[in-house]
Design a protein around this ligand. Structure first.
Ligand SMILES: Nc1ncnc2c1ncn2[C@@H]1O[C@H](COP(=O)(O)OP(=O)(O)OP(=O)(O)O)[C@@H](O)[C@H]1O
Length: 262
């Protein structure tokens, strides 16, 4: 089996990448995967499709992807994992929330493991380019994600005492993985006391950071903003992109920001 030619374009968007994969759980069923401007389409090829055989995944829900090989010399396959967070209905509730879905594809068209990895490797930059240029609609008034460099170097300040004292657990169980999936290198700062964040931001070399993100309630963001305003270069410093992840009890500010930014 060789690397196939891209199919003719049957949708409205041109196909920029095409590949044939199996899924990691079932190597007998083959899938055609195509990347367009807006979507990743997964179409079942063999055995004969039954029922729902085509899934269209919106790239707006994708945070990142990676190509890799398993540590198994007997298996020449390469793998491609793409990480999506689509809105899904909550269990026993009318509300929706973003829930993690990992799509993992296996590529073993060639006997040479390196050639398979090279083929799988073509996908990650294409997806990251998409995320960089069109990925996130807005991050606040007039600031789009595309204005942040990728990789974006982030300082993440977590207050372990905020809310019910679960911010660090949320970081360990969710946020760390999401940032890794999105290819965002970050430095974790666990705040130790009141005004720790303010003092740190006041003295920080801001050229090292593309964004300052706090994971706490409103109080820690208030401290970070005051730390920026305490600096002699405050007019420039206050332009640093800021983010807030809900880790407090009320999380009113995080809810408002995330609601109004979609
Ligand atoms: N390790 C720490 N121990 C005690 N206080 C801290 C620590 N780290 C930060 N703080 C302080 O805790 C204050 C309150 O934090 P924050 O408002 O973020 O959480 P919260 O009050 O629990 O949340 P919410 O505003 O949602 O009720 C901050 O102003 C900060 O100065």
């Amino acid at each position: 089996c060789s690397i196939p030619d891209p199919p003719r374009n049957t949708g409205t968007d041109p196909v920029s990448l095409y590949g044939e994969f199996t899924l990691t759980g079932n190597r007998k069923v083959r899938y055609a995967v195509s990347l367009t401007e807006r979507d990743l389409t997964v179409q079942r090829l063999t055995p004969t499709p039954v029922g729902r055989n085509k899934v269209v995944l919106s790239l707006k829900d994708c945070v990142g992807c990676r190509a890799y090989r398993e540590n198994d010399n007997a298996d020449p396959a390469a793998y491609l994992s793409a990480y999506f967070y689509p809105l899904r209905r909550r269990w026993m509730s009318s509300g929706v929330s973003r829930q993690r879905v990992e799509h993992c594809f296996r590529l073993a068209a060639l006997q040479d493991p390196r050639a398979n990895l090279e083929e799988a490797d073509k996908w990650a930059p294409s997806l990251f380019d998409w995320l960089k240029t069109r990925g996130r609609p807005i991050m606040g008034p007039g600031v789009s994600m595309s204005e942040l460099s990728r990789p974006c170097r982030m300082m993440l300040l977590v207050n372990p005492q905020s809310g019910k004292g679960q911010a660090l657990t949320l970081y360990n169980n969710h946020i760390q993985r999401m940032l890794n999936e999105a290819g965002v290198p970050h430095t974790l700062v666990i705040t130790e006391r009141q005004n720790h964040a303010r003092e740190l931001v006041k003295e920080a070399d801001l050229s090292q950071w593309d964004a300052l993100v706090i994971m706490s309630g409103d109080g820690l963001l208030f401290e970070v903003i005051n730390g920026l305003l305490d600096r002699p270069d405050w007019e420039e410093a206050i332009r640093t992109p800021l983010g807030i992840l809900p880790g407090g009890s009320g999380n009113a500010l995080a809810a408002s920001v995330h609601h109004y930014s979609g």
